[in-house]
Design a protein around this ligand. Structure first.
Ligand code: PLP
Length: 311
């Protein structure tokens, strides 16, 4: 199998960010800018798709099919990668009501522009998306396709995420990443040194993630932090938006409010609470996701919450 997709424009380096804020905490924090890989196939979505797309092409598939919600970074990434490699893409989208809202939804309208075809299904049908009968019906409707699961996590995705950490990251004591399905964290765990601690910041409520990660993780040096999901997946409040905007103003690093914003809020809070021993070197993985901000800002505007700055 080939070992790369020609999408990466940047060398991914870590940058040191300010943690002092006048308090003099004796730890360092670096952010690994995986978000700079590509504007849409960004961060962990590039890592997770890489070996899947290479495999699909090698096996002669001409169509990728996957699943996601209205703001899904994964849907956006699959549409863009398919477009770049001449593969047809089909998105099975959660929520029938979205069928006539594509044009007002930045994620879906961009995916459509990249040639993705959609099938909108109800939330109850969406729950059955891995049932054999449902997949059979999709084959009848669309013909042969390479199926990528919701969120993109499978063995090949974890393999791609094992490439996030490089030799120069061995110096860090802690490696932090946001967690949706846990595929990214699993890859980080597998390629970490046993003496490094891998902390996953859950972006959603629920302890089921521990099991999901255990399926893929080959080491025990990890922990899930469940205190910073802000009420659940994609739940946002003004405190979080203010944090994301301040962090960007101080460090010139834009964060998304669903994953990386919550993670960095958590890391900063844990630093203040003295969670990390003195002189700890902390690395936070910026997993991307900035494409979702435009859509999120539309919701914030309706709720009269300040908007997220991301340029
Ligand atoms: C999808 C996504 C995640 C979650 O990754 P998992 O591998 O599903 O845990 C984290 N951060 C961003 C920005 C994402 O888009």
């Amino acid at each position: 199998m080939k070992s790369s997709l020609n999408l990466v424009f940047n060398t991914i380096k870590s940058v040191n960010v300010s943690v002092n804020q006048g308090f003099g905490f004796d730890v360092s924090l670096d952010v690994k800018r995986e978000d700079l890989i590509h504007s849409i196939v960004s961060g962990n979505k590039y890592r997770k798709l890489k070996y899947n797309v290479l495999f699909a092409m090698e096996e002669g598939y001409d169509t990728l099919l996957t699943f996601g919600g209205a703001f899904s970074n994964h849907i956006a990434a699959v549409a863009a990668v398919g477009n770049a490699y001449g593969l047809k893409t089909i998105g099975i989208i959660r929520g029938q009501e979205l069928v006539d809202k594509v044009d007002e939804n930045p994620t879906l309208s961009q995916a459509k522009e990249k040639g993705m075809a959609f099938k909108f299904i109800s939330r109850s049908d969406y729950r059955c998306k891995t049932d054999l009968s449902f997949l059979k019906a999709l084959k009848t409707e669309f013909g042969e396709f390479y199926r990528i699961p919701e969120g993109g996590t499978n063995n090949l995705a974890v393999k791609g995420c094992e490439e996030i950490l490089t030799e120069e990251d061995k110096e860090f004591d802690y490696v932090c990443a946001p967690v949706g399905t846990g595929g990214t964290l699993s890859g980080l765990i597998n390629s970490s040194k046993p003496n490094q601690k891998i902390l996953g910041f859950s972006a959603l409520k629920g302890s089921f993630l521990n099991e999901d990660i255990s399926k893929f993780a080959k080491q025990e040096n990890w922990k899930l932090i469940n205190d910073y999901h802000f009420g659940g997946y994609a739940k946002i409040n003004e405190e979080l938006v203010t944090f994301v905007n301040t962090f960007n103003a101080v460090n010139e690093i834009p964060l998304d409010p669903i994953y990386t914003g919550k993670m960095l809020f958590g890391i900063m809070d844990m630093i203040k609470q003295g969670y990390f021993p003195k002189h700890s070197k902390i690395l936070a993985i910026h997993t991307g996701g900035l494409q979702g901000i435009e859509g999120m800002n539309k919701i914030l505007k309706q709720k009269r919450i300040p908007l997220i700055q991301y340029s």
